[in-house]
Design a protein around this ligand. Structure first.
Ligand SMILES: *Cc1c(COP(=O)(O)O)cnc(C)c1O
Length: 458
């Protein structure tokens, strides 16, 4: 099989900044051993997130110039609305400045104390908006999805039996909405099957519960369906996407993912009454309904990005580039979550650095080693991000200690990815020499963003 190449050539470039190993030692020390506190200019390959980091196309940039900045009824809004409706089929398309703004509006309208919302897995901002309204957010992920080494096609699925028993237990009248996150962020973008979405939608309909899609990575999910689900191999990704949305009553979208833009999002709704209420809230918090917190040029870039993300040559390359990275690492014995998902690689830091106990943050040790050795920035998803203290002040670790390397869309080439793999494999070869960290400062909430750490062993 011929190499699956980047389906674009490069018209505009941005230089990378190189630092020496010695400089990085100092930079990391100045940043208190926390990669969130390192300046982007001091990072060579930045894999902190795939959100808002896409490279836009020449057509998107051209759209930026033709964006209509009229306050009301901008032509760019109608272009964006028509593209979004063409894919989702939803009647009301409400632009927002990013995904969480759409969530805030939706859960302000539907949430409140005593309510429960269910999902295959809620993204953290979605969970935050639900809990902020006073409601509870419950994840009902399929058992397969909880086993990091298990190879399965659709590890992002909803546990259908658990969903139905949860509804019976809580009472359907207390559950306004069920949300399917596609792809499921946990495990680096594990897909959900159409079969699973159909079954979930049927249960929701039976009990009168709204069924919504968190559509951030809908095109990547649709590509997995085309490749893995029986009966879809000859359907277009656009067609599959339309079938997904046809099952739902609405969606929230962060355009910073699969709309290939640096900022933007939307809320899409079928119901007229809900849409009217949402637009009223939008006017208070985001802006008039034909721009919703965005410039006309942003709407133009989103419209174009939504069309480009459905290009199957692009999706083939996108998903292959993650798989390629996973194959190289697996061949070298590096422990990662399998199979690879749509947008990131997760390294199992506990298996990688078994000498470091969880209360000394093996994920931080690994992420910092990748920065020191190769200028690569990933993010720890483990004891620093999700660890808690029990009543006696003892550290309680989350189930896994991971380092996520998220791949920005259309930004890095295969040689960049080869380089990243080489650095990881080099660090793996020297794994016995790394030691743990301890916290010298932590904030009461979301401590990973600002924590200061020490590495006594170095
Ligand atoms: C990024 C993301 C969001 C939130 O979107 P923002 O644009 O960052 O506000 C919601 N859900 C999922 C699955 C995401 O990945």
């Amino acid at each position: 099989m011929a190499t699956i190449i980047e389906p674009f050539r490069i018209k505009s470039v941005e230089p990378l900044t190189f630092t020496t190993r010695q400089e990085r030692e100092q930079i990391l020390k100045d940043a208190k051993n926390n990669l969130f506190l390192v300046r982007a200019a001091h990072v060579l390959i930045d894999l902190l997130t795939d959100s808002g980091t896409s490279a836009m196309s020449a057509r998107q940039w051209a759209g930026m110039m033709t964006g209509d900045e009229s306050y009301a009824g901008s032509q760019s809004f109608y272009r964006f609305r028509d593209v979004a409706t063409g894919i989702t089929g939803f009647k009301h398309i409400i632009p927002t400045h990013q995904g969480r703004a759409a969530e805030k509006i939706l859960f302000t309208l539907l949430g409140g104390p005593g309510k429960s919302f269910v999902s295959n897995t809620f993204f953290d901002t979605t969970r935050g908006n639900i809990e902020y309204s006073g409601a509870e957010a419950v994840d009902l992920l399929t058992e397969e999805g909880k086993k990091p080494q298990l190879i399965a096609d659709f590890k992002g699925n909803m546990d259908i039996a658990a969903l139905e028993s949860f509804i019976r237990e809580k009472g359907a009248e207390n559950i306004p909405l069920c949300m399917m996150t596609i792809t499921n962020n946990s495990g680096g973008g594990q897909p959900v099957s159409l079969q699973n979405m159909r079954e979930t939608a049927a249960i929701c309909r039976k009990y009168g519960i709204l069924f919504f899609i968190d559509a951030c990575r809908f095109a990547e999910n649709a590509w997995f369906i085309k490749k893995r689900e029986k009966g879809y191999e000859n359907r277009s990704v656009l067609d599959i996407s339309r079938e997904i949305f046809s099952l739902a009553d609405g969606c929230t979208m962060s355009a910073k993912k699969d709309a290939l833009v640096n900022i933007g999002g939307f809320l899409a709704l079928q119901d007229d009454t809900l849409a009217r209420e949402a637009k009223n809230l939008l006017i208070i918090t985001e802006g008039f309904p034909t721009y919703g917190g965005l410039a006309g040029r942003d709407l133009e870039a989103m419209a174009q990005g939504l069309e480009e993300v459905l290009d199957e040559e692009y999706l083939r390359y996108r998903i292959r580039s993650i798989e390629y990275m996973g194959e190289k690492l697996t061949a070298a014995g590096v422990p990662i979550i399998l199979p690879t998902g749509g947008h990131a690689i997760y390294i199992d830091a506990r298996a990688f650095l078994p000498q470091i106990p969880v209360e000394e943050f093996p994920g931080v040790a690994l992420a910092n080693a990748l920065y020191l050795e190769g200028g690569i920035r990933g993010v720890e998803i483990g004891s620093l991000m999700f660890g808690k203290y029990d009543a006696k002040g003892k550290h309680v670790a989350p189930p896994m200690e991971l380092v996520r390397l998220a791949i920005p869309r259309r930004v890095y080439t295969q040689s960049h990815i080869d380089y990243v793999c080489e650095v990881i494999i080099e660090v793996f070869g020297k794994r016995t020499q790394y030691s743990g960290y301890r916290i010298s400062y932590e904030a009461p909430l979301l401590r990973h963003f600002t924590a200061e750490l020490e590495n006594p062993g170095r």
